[in-house]
Design a protein around this ligand. Structure first.
Ligand code: DAH
Length: 347
């Protein structure tokens, strides 16, 4: 080959390299093209073999020609490398991009259960009136749950309060009333009257249905002093009814029976839904029963070490579940215990 032929051969090499580079779209393919043209086994290194065919004057020209092509290819590779790197970076940025307009992930914060709300509202009301809040025991003895509440063994009223027994003498309390006896026993009457409420969980061996649950909640109230009357009871519970159901509610007392009170009464509140005309909430009567209460039975005072000739008291027990169900028209008590967020989030 003479120098002219070599030059046109080199021009072809350059043209082919340019064409190959045009097809490179990924950085990883660029390196292969680079090696194939500029590497030890590439066409430029191979062109050195023509040196021996050339005259002494032409020899330097071959080196120059090869260098020129090599530089041209190298320049193109470097330019392409910069371009591909930029492209790769842009693609990566786009792929990992943070879309700040997407809605954030909500952190679920809970809130107090509707039953806790009701019990705390009632607590607040009574604390304002100078009552102490007492916690009782969910596991009680037969002695406090029944005997001290004037329900001796074989008393027929025990039938309505069957429960879960741990032993013959230890059970899950059926009402918050045993807290009455415990608090009276512990109270130092020389320091003044006893005024307490006690909210908490109670248990019954009931088959669960829309209005019965094997566990529910009560708030017990007790006042023992030297001159407490049924009028005090009525005034206090009238206030409670108004607090729960609105200040234009009326209350009435109906005679009833509880072994631990004498006389015993039930408190009805005028229907908050219809105002007393009769509707589905009050079952057409205009009144809704909300709690049981009465004057503490002298024998209950006596058993707890309080002299019934000197002291009287009134007591009441109100069901928190029933209040919640009435107030918010919850048709099934089981909703209160199933922890379904669709239910809980409504309160
Ligand atoms: N302990 C009763 C029950 O669970 C409720 C009750 C009624 C409590 C009258 C009282 C009361 O303190 O005086 O059905």
């Amino acid at each position: 080959m003479d120098i002219k032929e070599i030059n046109s051969h080199l021009d072809l090499v350059l043209a082919k390299a340019e064409k190959d580079l045009e097809e490179v779209t990924e950085l990883k393919d660029l390196q292969a093209v680079k090696v194939s043209y500029l590497g030890k086994k590439g066409p430029l290194k191979a062109a050195m073999k023509y040196m021996k065919d050339l005259s002494n004057e032409e020899k330097p020209l071959l080196g120059q020609a090869i260098n020129k092509v090599q530089e041209a290819i190298n320049e193109k590779i470097e330019a392409l490398q910069v371009h591909l790197e930029e492209k790769a970076l842009e693609e990566a940025l786009e792929k990992d991009a943070l879309d700040v307009t997407l809605p954030g992930r909500k952190h679920a914060t809970g809130h107090r259960h509707v039953l806790v709300h009701i019990m705390e509202d009632i607590e607040d009301l009574f604390v304002e009136m100078g009552y102490q809040v007492v916690e009782g025991y969910e596991i009680e003895s037969d002695h406090y749950n029944f005997e001290m509440m004037n329900l001796p063994k074989n008393h027929p009223a025990r039938d309505m309060q069957d429960t879960f027994y741990i032993t013959d003498e230890v059970l899950l309390r059926t009402h918050t009333s045993p807290v009455q006896a415990r608090t009276m026993e512990a109270h130092d009457f020389s320091k003044g009257p006893l005024k307490m409420i006690s909210p908490g969980r109670v248990f019954r061996r009931d088959d669960d249905d829309a209005t019965h649950s094997h566990q529910f909640h009560q708030i017990e109230g007790l006042v023992v002093s030297k001159d407490v009357t049924l009028a005090d009871l009525k005034g206090t519970l009238d206030l409670l009814a108004k607090e729960l159901f609105g200040y234009d509610r009326a209350t009435r007392l109906r005679p009833s029976y509880f072994p631990f009170t004498e006389p015993s009464v039930e408190v009805d509140v005028s229907c908050f839904k219809c105002g007393g005309e009769g509707c589905h909430v009050c079952k057409g009567t205009g009144w809704i029963e909300i709690l049981g209460c009465g004057m503490v039975h002298p024998h209950v005072l006596e058993m707890a070490g309080v002299d019934p000739k000197e002291y009287q008291g009134f007591a009441f027990g109100i069901g928190a579940d029933r209040i919640a169900m009435l107030k918010y028209e919850i048709e099934d008590i089981r909703h209160l215990y199933q922890n379904d967020q669709r239910f809980l989030n409504q309160f």
